[in-house]
Design a protein around this ligand. Structure first.
Ligand SMILES: Cc1cc2nc3c(=O)[nH]c(=O)nc-3n(C[C@H](O)[C@H](O)[C@H](O)COP(=O)(O)OP(=O)(O)OC[C@H]3O[C@@H](n4cnc5c(N)ncnc54)[C@H](O)[C@@H]3O)c2cc1C
Length: 323
C-alpha cells in the first residue's frame, strides 16, 4: 500500500469515462484540490460528440455536443485534472482500499476512489442505411430530437414501455406516428398500450420490422417487412425513432462489481456502489432518464460523495500513523 501511495502514478480519484458524467466528476474532484485522473477509451465527450445540437442544456441556448464537451474538458483541466483519451483498460482492481488500474499506455495507476462513468449506447437495428441517416432523420432520443419533427410524419420502432411512452410524447410534435413492432403483442404496461391506442395520431404496424432506410440529405422512406407474409413495402416517412433497448458499456466490469440483469450499475442515492470507495454516475447506472443534465447531476453527486470518502480515509490513515 505504501508503494502505491508514494508512487508517481497515484491519484486521489480516478474517473473512468469522459462523457458529461465523467467530466463533471473530474471538475468537482479537482476543484476540491483532489488529485484526479480521467481515463477515456475513445474521444472525449462520449455520446455528447454524437449530438449535432444540444438545445435542452439549461443556460446554453444552442451548442453542438462537441463544443459543450470541449468546454467541460477545459474546465476540468484548468482545475488541475489530468485527462487521458484513447486508452483502454488492461486490468482493473476495485476491491481493497487502494484501487488499481493498468492502461494500454503501459502504466499502472492507483487511487483511493474510482468513479465509473462508461455510459452506454442505444441498441441499433443494424440494417442498411441506419448508419448513414443517424442524426439525419434517425434518432434514439425523443426528448432530444422530438421538436425537429414538428408537423412531420414519423415512424417509431419498438414495443416496450419506452417505445410506447415516447411515441405518445412524440405526438406533441409529429402529425402522425406509426409504431412498427415485431410481435403481435406489446411488451409494455397495459396503461401505456391503452394510452397509445387511444391517441388518434398513432397507428400500428404489428409483426413487422424495418429492413432498410432510404433518402438523400435526410431520410425519406423505409422498407417495412411483414414477418408473417415475408412481403416488404416501401413506406414514406420524415423520421424514424428507434427504441429497442439500451446497452450500458459495462462489459469490462462483469465479475468486478454488481450489475443488474440489464448490465447497469445499481447505485445508492449518493451514487455509491456495492464496493467501498467505488461510485458510478451517468447513463451506465440503473435509471430511467438518460440525458446530459442527469449525467452531469449524477457526476456531481458521485464526486462530492467520493470526495467525502477520500477525506475521511485520509484522516483515518493519519490517525493510524500517529497512533
Ligand atoms: C445521438 C444522440 C443525441 C443526444 N442528444 C441529447 C440531447 O440533445 N440532450 C440531452 O440531454 N441528451 C442527449 N443525448 C443523451 C446524452 O448524450 C447522454 O445521456 C449523456 O452523454 C450520457 O453521459 P455519460 O457521461 O453517462 O455517458 P457517455 O456520454 O456515454 O460517455 C461515456 C464515456 O465513457 C467512455 N468509456 C466507455 N467504456 C469505457 C472504458 N471501458 N474505459 C474508458 N472509457 C470508457 C466512452 O468512450 C465515453 O466517452 C443524446 C444521445 C445521443 C446518442
Amino acid at each position: 500500500m505504501l508503494n502505491a501511495m508514494n508512487g508517481i502514478n497515484h491519484y486521489d480519484a480516478i474517473v473512468i469515462g469522459a462523457g458529461p458524467a465523467g467530466l463533471t466528476a473530474g471538475i468537482y474532484l479537482s476543484r476540491t484540490k483532489l488529485k484526479t485522473l480521467i481515463v477515456n477509451e475513445g474521444t472525449i465527450g462520449g455520446q455528447l460528440v454524437l449530438t449535432h445540437e444540444i438545445a435542452n442544456y439549461p443556460g446554453v441556448e444552442n451548442i453542438s455536443g462537441y463544443q459543450l464537451a470541449m468546454i467541460m474538458k477545459g474546465q476540468a483541466i484548468r482545475f488541475g485534472c489530468d485527462v487521458k483519451s484513447n486508452v483502454s483498460i488492461l486490468n482493473l482492481e476495485l476491491d481493497g482500499e487502494i484501487k488499481r488500474l493498468t492502461l494500454s499506455d503501459g502504466n499502472t495507476y492507483t487511487s483511493y476512489s474510482i468513479i465509473l462513468t462508461p455510459g452506454g449506447r442505444s441498441r441499433t437495428l443494424g440494417v442498411p442505411g441506419e448508419d448513414t441517416f443517424k442524426g439525419r432523420g434517425i434518432s434514439y432520443c425523443a426528448t432530444c430530437d422530438g421538436d425537429f419533427f414538428t408537423g412531420k410524419e414519423i415512424v417509431v420502432v419498438g414495443g416496450g414501455n419506452s417505445a410506447l411512452e415516447e411515441a405518445v410524447s412524440l405526438t406533441q410534435y409529429a402529425s402522425k406516428v406509426t409504431i412498427v413492432h415485431q410481435f403481435d403483442q406489446f411488451q409494455a404496461f397495459e396503461h401505456a398500450v391503452e394510452e397509445a391506442g387511444r391517441n388518434p395520431k398513432i397507428q400500428f404496424i404489428m409483426e413487422s420490422t424495418l429492413t432498410a432506410f432510404y433518402g438523400n440529405e435526410s431520410i425519406e422512406s423505409v422498407d417495412i417487412k411483414d414477418l408473417k407474409t415475408g412481403k416488404t413495402m416501401n413506406f414514406k416517412t420524415d423520421g424514424v425513432f428507434i427504441f429497442i433497448g439500451y446497452i450500458p458499456n459495462t462489459e469490462f466490469l462483469k465479475g468486478k462489481i454488481a450489475l443488474n440483469k440489464w448490465g447497469e450499475i445499481p447505485v445508492q442515492p449518493n451514487m455509491s456502489t456495492t464496493i467501498e470507495g467505488v461510485y458510478a454516475a451517468g447513463d451506465s447506472t440503473a435509471k430511467r432518464f438518460r440525458q446530459v443534465t442527469t449525467a452531469v447531476g449524477d457526476g456531481t453527486v458521485a464526486a462530492l460523495a467520493a470526495s467525502n470518502y477520500i477525506h475521511e480515509y485520509k484522516v483515518k490513515q493519519k490517525q493510524v500513523t500517529n497512533a
